[in-house]
Write a protein that binds this ligand. Structure first.
Ligand SMILES: Cc1ncc(C[n+]2csc(CCOP(=O)(O)OP(=O)(O)O)c2C)c(N)n1
Ligand SMILES: [Mg+2]
Length: 314
């Protein structure tokens, strides 16, 4: 892993989401958008430790995960526009991104659901004696649900090759973690199910990469899973939508400030030679412009498509 590739991924995700935020008020984007701005380091650090064969499952806040794992940008923007060329043929929107060729098995609007999906997939991989690993992303809000506990227990019982990543941004919509959970240490609760578990502070992309790489290496070598990482991070924008929400009163800009100062995009950018950075950034800007133009010019699904691919007809 190089600083260049980490920066490429961080900068690209940040700029894509800033472009989404800019276009959003025009109503061309037909779905809600849950931006990852401020949280990119988690998806980027984790996916830098993975290979193409590895599988990820995400939440409705998965633009960063989808892009970091190699998901097609044009298909993502077209999906937001509700177009036939979108990742889910325009039927899923921003919360239902999928790219099977890149090991992105799907993201869901329903909190917690993909945790069980990821565990089931890891169970299948174990039977197939595959050395791929599965990564299950969740928010701190998913920890409040039964499926989190059932899934962790089963994964530990069967020693499955799954890595759980909890993106702890401290809020479920507008409710702070400590107004929902009597014990604030999610990683300690995961440990009692019988798996190595740790917290990574500071939204630190290098640390996340390093720790998750070690877990992936151990699983590849045939060691037992699962692993759990609680990655501390912070959402800069409102829960859903392109704006800030510090005026709502459930949190303050003072609370956000230290996280903004730890922004990983300029941090890693400063480690990259300016002569490398400038053309890299220019190429990303051009790619983003092209992806929006692609979405704009793509057709909406035909009316006859309304009931196709809704249920598995096999
Ligand atoms: C099963 C279920 N219950 C409730 C909701 C409503 N809901 C949508 S987002 C959300 C908060 C989840 O917070 P968290 O898991 O921390 O993710 P974050 O938005 O912070 O990334 C809730 C409760 C839902 N979508 N699904
Ligand atoms: Mg949260």
């Amino acid at each position: 892993m190089t600083n260049e590739s980490l920066y490429q991924s961080l900068y690209r995700i940040r700029r894509v989401e800033e472009a989404v935020a800019k276009v959003y008020p025009t109503d061309k984007i037909k779905s809600p958008v849950h931006l990852s701005i401020g949280q990119e380091a988690v998806a980027v650090g984790v996916c830098a430790a993975l290979e193409l064969q590895d599988i990820v499952f995400g939440t409705y806040r998965s633009h960063a995960l989808y892009l970091a794992k190699g998901g097609d940008l044009k298909a993502m923007i077209a999906e937001m526009y509700g177009k036939d060329t979108g990742a889910a043929r325009g039927k899923g929107g921003s919360m239902h991104l999928i790219d099977l060729n890149k090991g992105i098995m799907g993201t869901s609007a329903v909190v917690g659901t993909t945790i069980a999906n990821a565990v089931g997939y890891a169970y299948a991989l174990k039977y197939q004696r595959s050395n791929a690993v599965v990564v299950s992303f969740m928010g701190d809000g998913a920890v409040d649900e039964g499926v989190f506990h059932e899934s962790l227990n089963f994964a530990a019982l069967k020693k499955l090759p799954v890595i759980f990543i909890c993106e702890n941004n401290q809020y479920a919509i507008h409710t702070h973690q400590l107004q929902r959970q009597a014990v604030g240490n999610i990683y300690e609760r995961a440990r009692v199910y019988g798996m190595p578990s740790e917290r990574i502070e500071g939204n630190d992309v290098l640390k996340i990469y390093e720790r998750v790489s070690a877990a992936v290496a151990a699983l590849r070598a045939g060691g037992p899973g699962p692993y759990f990482f609680e990655c501390m991070t912070y959402r800069w924008k409102e829960h859903v939508g392109p704006n800030e929400d510090y005026q709502l009163g459930y949190r303050s800009r003072t609370e956000a400030q230290p996280w903004m100062e730890m922004d990983q995009v300029p941090r890693i950018g400063a480690l990259v030679d300016a002569a490398v950075r400038a053309p890299m950034e220019a190429a990303i800007e051009a790619e983003i412009t092209e992806a929006f133009a692609f979405a704009e010019s793509s057709p909406f699904p035909a009316p006859a498509e309304l009931y196709t691919a809704v249920y598995d007809e096999a």
